[in-house]
Design a protein around this ligand. Structure first.
Ligand SMILES: [Zn+2]
Length: 208
């Protein structure tokens, strides 16, 4: 006499695990063992036992998958850390993982603009980025906001980073480290800042 319950419950088992991209055949031994243990029970008890087995397999798979993904992320982060900033000395290399834009989809990146700022640390005037530009940058890089309010000398002493026009030039050319959109925006920031600094220097020389 064919075992109808077994057939139905194997279908149920297959349906549950297949929904999570698990091949039921891989677990046929577990299924058989579980089914044998309850084969003399009522259909409902057998069904509950098989459902429990399927759910525990799915749960186990999810845990393994999450752990694999975490490991992959760690490896990727470690890989990024090995990128070096050519414009900086070896001792001055920042923790690249803290500098690389996360590029998790930007909300709005406004056209970069510069303003004359007073350094928060030494009080000197310097060419800095506008508040809106800083907001845009904060969407794509985890650099602390205070960094943008420090002059070119103070960014090095207080943050260990070079000024934005050097830092972002390095970051935007680090191969494969950031999304093309983030790199493009950083290059635009670099160009805008460099141009403004050159103009400022020229004007100072001319004694304006
Ligand atoms: Zn300063």
């Amino acid at each position: 006499m064919p075992d109808n319950d077994r057939f139905i419950l194997w279908s149920l088992f297959t349906e549950i695990v297949s929904a999570f991209d698990i091949n039921p055949e891989e677990y046929i031994d577990d299924f058989n063992k579980k089914y044998e243990a309850v084969s003399n029970e009522s259909y409902n008890i057998k069904k509950r036992a098989i459902k429990e087995l399927a759910n525990s397999i799915v749960k186990q798979r999810k845990i393994v998958k999450a752990s694999n993904e975490r490991k992959k992320e760690e490896i990727e982060r470690a890989g990024i850390k090995t990128i070096r900033f050519p414009s900086l000395s070896l001792e001055a290399q920042p923790d690249i993982a803290a500098v690389i834009p996360t590029s998790l989809g930007f909300i709005s990146l406004i056209k970069p603009e510069v303003v004359v700022r007073k350094c928060r640390y030494c009080g000197r005037e310097f060419i800095g980025l506008s508040d809106d530009t800083i907001s845009s940058l904060m969407q794509i890089t985890p650099i602390p906001v205070d960094y943008y309010y420090a002059c070119d000398e103070c960014v090095r002493t207080h943050f260990g980073y070079p000024p934005p026009d050097i830092l972002f030039a390095d970051v935007s050319s680090a191969p494969g480290a950031i999304s093309p959109a983030a790199a493009k925006y950083l290059r635009l920031v670099v160009r805008t800042l460099k141009r403004a600094k050159r103009k400022d220097m020229r004007e100072r020389k001319e004694g304006k």
